[in-house]
Design a protein around this ligand. Sequence first.
Ligand SMILES: [Zn+2]
Length: 341
Amino acid sequence: MKRRVLGGQPVAEKKKKQQQEEKKEEEKMLLKTPQKLLKTGHYIELGSYQHWPVLIPQRIRLYTYEQIPLFLKENPFITGGYRAHLPSKLCLRSIFMLTNETVNIWSHLLGFLLFFSLGVNDVSSVLPASGANREDYVIYVIGLFCFQVCMLCSVGYHLFSCHRSETTCRRWLSLDYAGISVGILGCYVPGIFYAFYCNAFWRQVYLLTVLSLILAVFCTQVHPHYLSNEWRGIRTTIFCCVAGISVIPACHWVWLNGGLATDVVQLFLPRVLVMYLIAGAAFLFYVTKVPERYFPGQLNYLGASHQVWHILVVVMFYWWHQTAVHIMHFRHSRSCPSSSS
Ligand SMILES: [Zn+2]
């Protein structure tokens, strides 16, 4: 009996010691692990007290529409695939992941590469081959530079819209809007320059008007309410006005050239109309949120209206650039009439 009691005490003590050591180790692990993870960015703060394990670079957590912060809620028909609460580094890394922004990012990143290579091609071969002068070079460089800026601003917004700071997201959003204005300017500059190639007065009037309009839009964007949801309608109206006002120089160009029956109008009016058609279609997709409106949750990753809008914007810019090449060849092939053209 004595032996058992004496022999049993050390065993019990050993067990207690082991349990205490295990507890201590567990506590140490609990204390160390979150800090380590916090440092490596595997945990983030949501609100004032919660820590969510979301930021494993290769497997960034995706959220549903209900889970994302209010300022990211724009399209309820896209029900999932959202990135959110990310620091800049992981926003950048998410470029190689499949999320509901992947097509938006890559469509304009490839668009940027397209317009960059078009610029290189124009300056190195197209313009020298067509006997371009200094003005042609300036106009082409401005046009393509504007398209590239528009593409990059859009890429930046869609890449960093998941940033954990609302202020950063808002800044990128205003940059995206500024990019659209620059893109519109890139359409106007070559359009007006070649349409009024032989009429320096109207060319200057329209170029100055467009520049003032774009400047006015930039000034409006500084307004604190500009990015608010209440101003969404006003934002759309401003862009519609800036783009739609192009009807005035277009009609004026037809009238100055002697009406619809003349050669130059017959040659280029269909191209202008196709441009309006693409722009109109792009705008309709953008505003109506079709087709995801009819298939909520099914087009989260592919086929959503914003993706169609992005692709149509690239098509529209490319179409306008090719039109500028055609009209430049036309202008160089014949001299201006003595009065006007
Ligand atoms: Zn976009």
